[in-house]
Design a protein around this ligand. Structure first.
Ligand SMILES: [Zn+2]
Length: 241
């Protein structure tokens, strides 16, 4: 396919390529998008993801998180697309991944430089002293507590009403602003401020490549090469071209 060939050539010619990933890349790992019909998120009321609700109803929130939500997340495995991105980084063809996902699948796939705009659910943070933990180290049958001060822990992803992690956002803007190629994978471009990042890349005249089964708000506005496929299929073809 012409779009695959063009992408392979563009990647080889680029000096600073960045991937920007959204929920679409994790669908083939069994984590459906937040707003999707079959999303794990959709089984819960939206208020569950609001920080004020968490603060006021911490135990109730954890009772719900302890069920299927964490089971699904912790068991999920990286798919072909995550692994292909990790391989591109090893070959020196990809500098950075900027992700909107909280599922830890890029790091599980072996990617090293990953900026997580919405945090990472595999980590837990103390609501009192900010101590960090791995979710896998708790049995998660009830609200996990800090081993130092016994306060309840919070999943370390960004709830509605919370600020984005400052360091990751800063580094993402920097990477997007200096890249000469951006690979947008599975992002619908509806969640801000993350969705502004491809525009930073465009202003630097970067080649913008989008992998998405359906068009997004980026497709007509700034994309140079559009690959109308699921992320696993497209990345497999790019890797094995
Ligand atoms: Zn603590």
């Amino acid at each position: 396919m012409e779009c695959i060939k063009k992408t392979v050539v563009a990647l080889k010619n680029s000096k600073y390529a960045v991937a920007f990933t959204g929920a679409g890349i994790s669908v083939e790992s069994g984590i459906a998008p937040f707003r999707g019909e079959h999303g794990i998120w959709n089984k819960y009321e939206e208020r569950l993801w609001e920080i004020n609700y968490f603060i006021q109803h911490t135990k109730e929130t954890w009772d719900m998180l302890c069920g299927g939500f964490y089971d699904t997340l912790l068991k999920a495995k990286p798919n072909v697309a995550h692994i292909a991105l990790a391989n591109l980084e090893k070959k020196g063809q990809l500098k950075t991944i900027i992700t909107q996902n909280i599922d830890d699948l890029h790091k599980k796939a072996g990617s090293k430089t990953v900026y997580e705009l919405h945090g990472n659910a595999s980590r837990l943070r103390c609501t009192n002293d900010n101590s960090n933990y791995f979710a896998k180290d708790f049995n998660l049958k009830a609200a996990p507590r800090c081993k130092i001060c016994n306060a309840i822990l919070k999943p370390d992803f960004v709830f509605f009403g919370e600020m984005l992690p400052e360091y990751d956002m800063h580094m993402s803007v920097e990477a997007a602003s200096k890249c000469d190629l951006m690979l947008i994978i599975g992002s619908a471009g509806v969640v801000h401020p993350a969705a502004s990042l491809p525009y930073h890349a465009k202003r630097n005249n970067a080649v913008i490549i989008e992998i998405n089964p359906n068009t997004s708000i980026f497709t007509n506005e700034l994309v140079n090469i559009f690959i109308p496929m699921k992320s696993g299929e497209a990345m497999y073809k790019i890797e094995n071209y």
